[in-house]
Design a protein around this ligand. Structure first.
Ligand SMILES: *[C@@H]1O[C@H](CO)[C@@H](O)[C@H](O)[C@H]1NC(C)=O
Ligand SMILES: *[C@@H]1O[C@H](CO)[C@@H](O)[C@H](O)[C@H]1NC(C)=O
Ligand SMILES: *[C@@H]1O[C@H](CO)[C@@H](O)[C@H](O)[C@H]1NC(C)=O
Ligand SMILES: *[C@@H]1O[C@H](CO)[C@@H](O)[C@H](O)[C@H]1NC(C)=O
Ligand SMILES: *[C@@H]1O[C@H](CO)[C@@H](O)[C@H](O)[C@H]1NC(C)=O
Ligand SMILES: *[C@@H]1O[C@H](CO)[C@@H](O)[C@H](O)[C@H]1NC(C)=O
Length: 542
């Protein structure tokens, strides 16, 4: 379907903006506007055979794919036809100079039922594969996700031949209980328990049937859109050549199967060079017993046979396999980034670290209820979005002194923000002393995942860092009783979310925000508050 780009039409909302509006609103008037309208409703679907309430975007589950091109201004009018507050966030896509558009409860007031809000932001300097999902309440368990791909402009060549086809395969765990039931379970102090199955593009076993042409090479963008479970993806008799991870071109290694942790996306190239037949496509749960299988079919258009026999084998509970495979995912230093210069022209390994924080996620009980905490703080969502409180100088909403290191003190409920220095170089270490595989996400940035190992991190662990070709991405796993270290240059001013992608843990407090301050208040560093920004809590009336 062709994209509708209207270059001349400007939103009336923004029509009063001055000549300098590129700086004020973090959009560019020289670049195309891609307008979208989403009506968000509940509807009944049966992903695993049991009818249940799911979240639909324009009647679809999954929601519509957003195909776009770098530098385009996306204008997405979200109409909330649900009976609860709603926001969408853009997983892995960083909002340049504008956390105002990030769509998480700390940066945006939720869209009340029956109202709408128009996101307006430019996708710039990021070509790759991402997805969106509802960030409020426990709506993520109801679906409402969709793929978002940012293609290169023609002047920027890709480090591989143009594929013959390009499609999203969204994989994720699924619960037969609806999201209100799951949320109530957590609100009452309980835990979720294991999922009921794995869905592929919202469909249960044998539901997703993808017809392909023999001899061709397809780019498949695989994202783990689930809420709790690491998955292994594979296609029988076909290798997967990984070319991209959340906006970075990787070294093009070939794999028979690929581990994808919650919230991660990869692009793989698949060449259809096997005998005409139908082949299993599998997304199976990792580190669980029993193993749950999401099963789809890759159908050669000249195939005369149906899938049969055993599923292609993959790893199940083995952690070592996953660790070894993760070490092979590296940046391609000579490949172009979103701009014509090679990715490796930014020598992150030569930049002096100016600040360090160690974030330890823990499972805990507070007031007799299950909670999760980071450095002993279990995040509590205030009525006033943090970003608005910061902008309007409303005191008492949050405190700017999030502790930089685990203290070992008893966990408590609170709203703390990690303060950082503009243009500093931050080293963030994620410590996991639990027996689960954790998945962490950072908004507003792609971060260099420089190291990961077992045990507790110490300054001596820096000797193990990959300072040459670590991949830059938004979502990274931390193995049981292990640490993962990332680095980022604090050049994107705003208030940004750090969260566990394991949604029970996020919902019950394993999240925080960090602030990158604007040194001089200039709109060149950070866009001004959008004219349509919703107000909530103490920001009402401002
Ligand atoms: C949204 O969809 C619902 C259900 O189909 C419909 O009743 C409602 O009128 C739609 N709203 C808009 C703004 O299109
Ligand atoms: C959610 O599921 C429960 C049953 O477990 C049911 O009582 C409730 O009506 C469902 N909610 C919706 C909105 O479908
Ligand atoms: C709601 O949608 C209307 C168009 O239907 C638009 O004019 C208005 O700006 C939107 N409101 C917000 C807050 O974005
Ligand atoms: C890295 O990118 C270059 C340039 O586009 C490409 O020729 C090369 O094959 C890639 N290297 C690997 C290991 O993928
Ligand atoms: C897949 O890659 C492995 C090596 O990693 C190789 O042995 C095998 O032949 C490849 N299979 C296909 C179908 O290309
Ligand atoms: C640091 O810079 C030097 C000189 O430009 C270069 O030779 C070296 O490879 C760089 N090291 C890293 C880790 O980027």
């Amino acid at each position: 379907m062709p994209l509708i780009f209207s270059i001349s039409v400007r939103l009336s909302l923004f029509a009063h903006a001055s000549e300098d509006d590129d700086f004020i609103w973090a959009v560019s008037k020289d670049d195309a506007i891609q307008p979208l309208t989403w009506n968000v409703t509940f509807g009944i679907r049966s992903p695993l055979g049991t009818p249940q309430q799911v979240l639909l975007v324009n009647g679809g589950f999954p929601g519509p794919e957003i195909p776009t091109v770098t530098n385009v201004n996306l204008q997405i009018n979200v109409v909330n036809s649900l009976d609860e507050p709603l926001l969408f966030t853009w997983n892995g896509l960083w909002q340049r100079r504008s956390s105002w558009q990030d769509g998480v409860p700390g940066t945006n007031c939720p869209i009340p039922p029956g109202q709408n809000f128009t996101y307006f932001f430019q996708v710039k300097d990021q070509i790759g594969s991402y997805f969106y999902f509802p960030s409020t309440g426990f709506l993520k368990a109801a679906g409402g996700y969709g793929g978002l791909k940012v293609d290169n402009r023609v002047i920027i060549p890709l480090p591989y031949s143009a594929p013959d086809g390009d499609l999203f395969v969204l994989i994720g765990d699924w619960f037969n209980a609806n999201h209100t039931d799951l949320q109530a379970q957590l609100d009452e102090g309980g835990r979720l328990g294991p999922p009921d199955g794995i869905v592929i593009n919202g469909k249960g076993p044998f539901g997703e049937f993808i017809s392909v042409d023999p001899g061709k090479t397809y780019r498949i963008r695989i994202c783990n859109v689930g809420i709790a479970t690491s998955l292994n993806f594979r296609i029988a008799s076909h290798n997967l050549t990984v070319v991209e991870a959340e906006g970075s071109h990787t070294q093009q290694n070939s794999y028979e199967n690929l581990d994808i942790h919650v919230g991660q996306c990869y692009s793989v190239l698949v060449t259809l060079n096997q005998a005409p037949a139908d082949y299993y496509m599998v997304a199976s749960s990792r580190f669980t017993d029993p193993v749950l299988n999401g099963i789809g079919v890759i159908h050669y258009s000249n195939s005369g046979s149906k899938v049969s026999g055993d599923l292609p084998p993959g790893p199940t509970i083995e952690i070592g396999f996953s660790i070894d495979q993760a070490r092979t995912i590296m940046w391609n230093l000579t490949a172009n980034a979103a701009r014509p210069n090679p990715q490796g022209s930014f020598h992150y390994g030569n930049i002096t670290v100016t600040e360090t924080a160690v974030l330890e996620g823990t499972s805990t009980a507070i007031n007799g209820k299950q909670r999760y905490a980071v450095n002993s703080i279990s995040y509590q969502n205030p009525d006033t979005a943090l970003k608005l409180a910061d902008y309007f100088n409303i005191g008492g909403v949050f405190s700017l002194d999030f502790p930089r290191f685990p203290s070992g003190s008893s966990p408590f409920l609170g709203t703390f923000v990690l303060n950082t220095g503009y243009r500093g170089f931050l080293e963030l270490v994620f410590q996991n002393d639990e027996s689960i595989v954790q998945s962490w996400h950072i908004d507003g940035y792609a971060v260099f995942v420089v190291g990961s190992d077992g045990g507790r991190w110490s300054s001596a662990s820096r000797g193990e860092y990959n300072l040459l070709n670590a991949v830059a991405r938004s979502t990274f796993q931390v193995y049981p009783q292990s640490w993962t270290a990332v680095m980022l240059e604090l050049d994107n001013v705003g208030l940004w979310h750090i969260r566990s992608q394991i949604w029970e843990r996020q919902y019950l407090g394993e999240q925080l925000y960090f602030k990158v301050p604007n040194p001089d208040g200039s709109f060149r560093n950070e866009a001004d508050i959008p004219p349509n920004a919703l107000r909530c809590g103490q920001a009402i009336g401002h």
